[in-house]
Design a protein. Structure first.
Length: 334
């Protein structure tokens, strides 16, 4: 399933350059985004810089395929998923291509900001409606179960590069008290309807290291924003081999980005760990934190040739170890 945005973050009609009027977004999503009944985990995937639409679909499909294979082959490693793991993805696609140059990097950086900026971009509005629509489709855990997983469906957010900025903007936007309540899970948790975003992973985020202090301070239920819908962990991978958020980010913004060096200042305590191999389970103690920096340098290395390319290993995250991380978060969300 795909959702297409234009350069201003407006929702586009399938196979058409025309955009959907704001008052028809919910209707459009209900018609074009159909979640199979037996899905247990819904993933909203937003791609990053230099990613073609077809590539974005392949990336999401590949990660979830690896996760399904891991689950089937090693049920003992994910005991919380004994009732089943049947994921589905909604891929959000946007125009992210540019020249592999400093000017090209700045162009897409500025576009990503413009697509999400208040009173300018539509991306947070569209994504919030999308997540709100997905929430309305989740079975109420208090009702008779319709899934093998009686706790209902789980929502996970996955972003890459600038796609992580979209997701952070959308979740933060939904938490603002003066905005329309389009997200069912933006209300306080209640015993009968404990819906929320269950986990969020951003691979190689293209943002300043202090972005969560300056740009996204209301993502977490703190500072008086107790209705923030992100209640699961926010996991950020980084790799010293990521030249896009190292070399280019340093020259474009004066410092390395999160994808290269991890997050720095943030409004909540951070936890630091490494990307684990498939045979090593993630204990709850490693993932039960608000903000987690995961050093993936050992695995996200790229090839000898790509390490010298403009982006380096920026897009080298499609590995079984990444699927192991996603699967572990899904399991510990139960």
């Amino acid at each position: 399933m795909t959702v297409d945005l234009d350069e201003r973050g407006r929702l586009r009609l399938p196979g058409d350059r025309r955009t959907v009027p704001g008052h028809r977004i919910a209707e459009h999503l209900a018609e074009h985004v159909r979640i199979p009944d037996r899905v247990t985990d819904l993933y909203v995937y937003v791609h990053g810089w230099q990613t073609a639409p077809a590539t974005a679909q392949r990336q999401a499909a590949s990660l979830l395929s690896k996760a399904r294979q891991l689950h089937s082959a090693h049920l003992d490693r994910y005991p919380q998923l004994a009732r089943g793991y049947r994921p589905a993805a909604v891929v959000v696609r946007w125009p992210s291509s540019s020249l592999s140059s400093l000017g090209g990097y700045r162009r897409i950086r500025d576009r990503a900001h413009a697509m999400s900026a208040p009173a300018q971009g539509h991306a947070p509005h569209v994504l919030a409606h999308l997540l709100g629509y997905l929430d309305t489709q989740r079975p109420d855990p208090a009702a008779p179960p319709v899934l093998a997983n009686r706790d209902g469906q789980y929502i996970h957010l996955v972003g890459h590069s600038f796609g992580g900025r979209f997701l952070c903007e959308a979740v933060q936007w939904a938490a603002e008290p003066d905005t329309p309540r389009v997200l069912g899970w933006s209300t306080p948790l209640t015993p009968g309807r404990p819906f929320s975003v269950d986990s969020m992973v951003i691979f190689q985020m293209a943002a300043p290291r202090d972005a969560f202090d300056r740009l996204f301070p209301y993502l977490f239920p703190s500072g008086g924003k107790s209705n923030a819908p992100l209640r699961g962990p926010l996991v950020l991978t980084h790799s010293r081999w990521d030249r896009a958020t190292g070399f280019w980010h340093l020259r474009a913004e004066g410092s390395a980005g999160i994808g290269h060096s991890g997050a720095a200042a943030a409004p909540v305590p951070q936890f630091h760990t490494r990307l684990l191999p498939m045979h090593e389970p993630y204990p709850l103690s490693k993932l039960d934190h608000r903000l987690i920096n995961v050093d993936a340098s050992v695995r996200f290395r790229g090839s000898a040739r790509s390490r010298l390319a403009p982006a380096g290993a920026h897009s080298d995250f499609d590995h079984p170890e990444s699927a192991h991380l996603l699967l572990s978060l899904a399991a510990l969300s139960r």
